[in-house]
Design a protein around this ligand. Structure first.
Ligand code: GCW
Length: 718
């Protein structure tokens, strides 16, 4: 995959003899699949790792696995393993249980691993040391091959490997908000990686590398086009382009899906209506599905955004979301396809509390969706904020499979340049307790479908991938892609473990690097919450592009477009009252959760202003006032970015110069912008609260009108 310049140079540290490894110029294209020769000191085993490769079968998927193992071990060990049919010393064997038995590797029980799971086991057979990768299917073997390479990259000893792993979710999908003109909605990493114009003829190597990277973390689906969908994406030329990508992805078992625009039957089909109960409309979708499946036999199905932010939908015809979803489900059902139907509905008419709408629309439909529909719910009730309590639909739709939707791209988190590791955000949401079946009914379990025996399970991530050489606009954003894959595989993963793995593979497994960098990553999301929207505040970002602070904006046409609507700051206090005295959104949660969120004394402070309008002078647990605490959080956020800068500065000996400099400069940007967020927010909320700054806090650099006057007409991603 790699065609980067192979310019080697000794890092300063190596010259000084600190033992740090030799660094070479890197551009980030390799992601976590760098396959660098491990420095001897970092090797936990020095025995020959892989001299030969025995692969039982030669499907395209197994060919991909073979190529990857040869590439990886070849680069890490100096010589690619040779392919043989006999199991000798130092062999890596890829086999199903039946094949393993005929190779003399004994009886292997993989009954609990399903189609996608794998076993990696170091074995000694007589005097031969063998690494067995076993699975029930070729894709399980490919996943196992990648995991084996990843463990070696992390410096772990091959001689004691014993890993059993199977995904807990079926659909592990990236949603690309990519437009046909190659812009990317909320994309901060260049243009779309899909070069629609040259497809289907030109299938550049990046498409294969995209598939490799995804398969390496278990991702098995990609929605190619934006949920704000153009009808043209369902016309014959664009179906052919999607089919070309599906051909590239197929060996890696990544299914292609398309976002469907509800009114496509009118726009490209010439019909007078898109009413989901109209026989002609149903026939049009069925014929369209047939056409797509002729070109893409393993097409995954449709993703749908309907009656939300101006998109058409079934409610335009006085039908329900279930009517709309089921009509599309019927069209793809004969082919085994599914519908991912989004619950992110947000239309005029619910200005009282936007956070209520998805629940109010979808809860009454529980049990009405066809068997091949999964409802895709954002992690929180508003919109991918730095922090939101878990979405109230989780735990309240027992008769409907719910798919988690996270945003990997950082629309509300400082775009590409802020270092914000999302693992803690994913973990916090998934570990939240819905109480659906009593204590311990976490969001993770709802999504895993175990509480209600759901037939479909999944997780979607809004991709942060673009045409930038490093894929994601900054090296550290690659960690969010990686973490998403890991959480989609196992929603009960640990964000810290994932950060450890990622840092080791992406830079170096040297613990002098991994420990501080993982600590820095783990603290980064809280830092962003602190300098942007502490104490449960939300949606204080600039209008439209969502770049930078704009808490003063209150004149936009619809109430729920305004930051002032979300913060509800006035002379008395701050925060959105979602208790029974206010919008009563708390009642959307089950009683134990609702009781907690209804009481400011019981509400975790991190969600306080999400649920409560608090008087400025009210005392919090620390004994300090709401106003003082708010200011302390802003200050803490800025200080935390300062800590991140210092941590990173000390990492120079371990990182190649290019990637080091990029992260250092981006941290400088982040520090300036954190300070800007802090100053602008304090200037504005101070003008409302009329409270003096707590002692020790410094005045904002500029008066409020300076911040209000800043405009960013060319901010990316909008
Ligand atoms: O977060 C909001 C974004 C929109 C996006 C929408 C959605 C694709 O600002 O750009 O549209 O969510 O999730 O549909």
């Amino acid at each position: 995959m790699i065609t980067r310049a192979r310019i080697f140079f000794l890092s300063v540290a190596a010259l000084l003899g600190t033992g740090a490894t030799v660094a070479q110029a890197e551009d980030g294209y390799d992601l976590w699949l760098r396959y660098q020769p491990l420095a001897p000191a970092l090797r936990t085993d020095t025995a020959a790792r892989a001299t030969t490769l025995v692969v039982a079968g030669d499907s395209p998927t197994l060919q991909a696995a073979t190529a990857e193992l040869r590439r990886g071990f070849g680069a890490m060990d100096g010589a690619a393993p040779t392919i043989t049919a006999t199991v000798g010393d130092g062999a890596i064997v890829l086999a199903t249980p039946a094949r393993a038995a005929t190779l003399g590797l004994g009886t292997i029980d993989l009954a609990d691993l399903g189609q996608d799971g794998f076993l990696i086991k170091a074995m000694t057979i007589g005097s031969r040391r063998v690494t067995l990768v076993a699975a029930n299917s070729d894709i399980g073997l490919l996943y196992g091959a990648f995991r084996l390479l990843e463990t070696v990259e992390q410096g772990l000893p091959m001689a004691s490997l014993d890993i059993r792993s199977a995904p807990k979710l079926q659909l592990r999908v990236l949603d690309h908000w990519d437009n046909l003109d190659r812009t990317v909605e909320r994309g901060y990493a260049g243009q779309s990686i899909w070069d629609w114009w040259t497809l289907p003829d030109w299938k550049g190597p990046r498409y294969t590398d995209y598939a490799r990277a995804n398969a390496s973390i278990g991702i098995n689906g990609a929605v190619l086009n934006n949920v704000n969908a153009k009808p043209e994406s369902l016309t014959a030329p664009y179906i052919a382009k999607a089919a070309a990508l599906a051909d590239v992805f197929r060996p890696y078992c990544i299914k292609v899906y398309l976002s469907a625009r509800f009114t496509a039957p009118m726009e490209i089909g010439g019909l007078k209506t898109a009413d989901p109960l109209d026989p002609q409309v149903r026939a049009w979708w069925a014929a369209k599905a047939n056409e797509i499946y002729r070109a893409i036999p393993d097409f995954g199905g449709f993703l749908v955004k309907a009656n939300s932010e101006g998109q058409p939908g079934p409610q335009d015809y006085n039908r329900t979301h279930a009517d709309g979803a089921n009509m599309l489900a019927a069209a793809v059902r004969p082919h085994g396809g599914i519908i991912m139907y989004r619950a992110f509905v947000y239309e005029k008419g619910q200005a009282e509390d936007r956070a209520r709408q998805a629940y109010d629309d979808f809860k009454p439909l529980d049990g009405q969706f066809a068997a091949n529909v999964i409802v895709q719910v954002k992690n929180g009730a508003i919109d991918f904020q730095p922090r939101e309590p878990f979405h109230p639909l989780f735990g309240r739709m027992p008769k409907t499979p719910l798919m988690m939707e996270f945003q990997i791209t950082k629309e509300y988190l400082g775009f590409a340049t802020h270092l914000v590791y999302l693992g803690p955000l994913f973990e916090e949401t998934l570990a939240s307790d819905t109480y659906e079946q009593g204590r311990g009914s976490t969001v993770a379990k709802v999504v895993e479908g175990t509480l209600d025996h759901q037939r479909l399970t999944g997780m979607a991530g809004i991709a942060n991938i673009g045409s930038d050489r490093n894929w994601t606009g900054a090296t550290f954003n690659q960690a969010n892609w990686y973490a998403f894959g890991r959480f989609a595989w196992d929603p009960q993963s640990s964000a810290r473990t994932i950060a450890d793995e990622w840092a080791a593979m992406t830079f170096t497994p040297d613990p002098r690097f991994v420990r501080p960098v993982t600590d820095m990553m783990m603290a980064s999301r809280e830092a962003a919450v602190d300098y942007m929207t502490p104490l449960g505040l939300a949606h204080q970002m600039g209008t439209g592009h969502h770049y930078g602070p704009a808490p003063w904006v209150g004149t936009l046409a619809r109430p729920e477009w305004n930051p002032t609507y979300y913060a509800q700051a006035n002379a008395d206090g701050i925060g959105f009252d979602r208790t029974a005295r206010g919008s009563n959104a708390v009642a959307q949660y089950l009683p134990p959760v609702a009781a907690m969120f209804a009481d400011p004394a019981k509400t975790p402070e991190r969600y306080l202003l999400w649920f409560h309008h608090m008087p400025w002078p009210a005392r919090l647990a620390s004994g300090d006032t709401v106003w003082n605490t708010l200011v302390h959080h802003y200050d803490r956020g800025v200080a935390a970015v300062g800590d991140m800068q210092r941590t990173w500065a000390a990492m120079a000996p371990y990182v190649d110069a290019d990637r080091f400099a990029e992260a250092r400069t981006f941290l400088d940007i982040q520090h300036n912008e954190a300070k800007w967020w802090r100053d602008a927010s304090i200037a504005y909320f101070g003008s409302i609260s009329r409270q003096p700054l707590p002692s020790g806090a410094v005045q904002p650099d500029h008066p409020l009108d300076y911040y209000e006057a800043l405009t960013f007409p060319f901010a990316p991603g909008h």
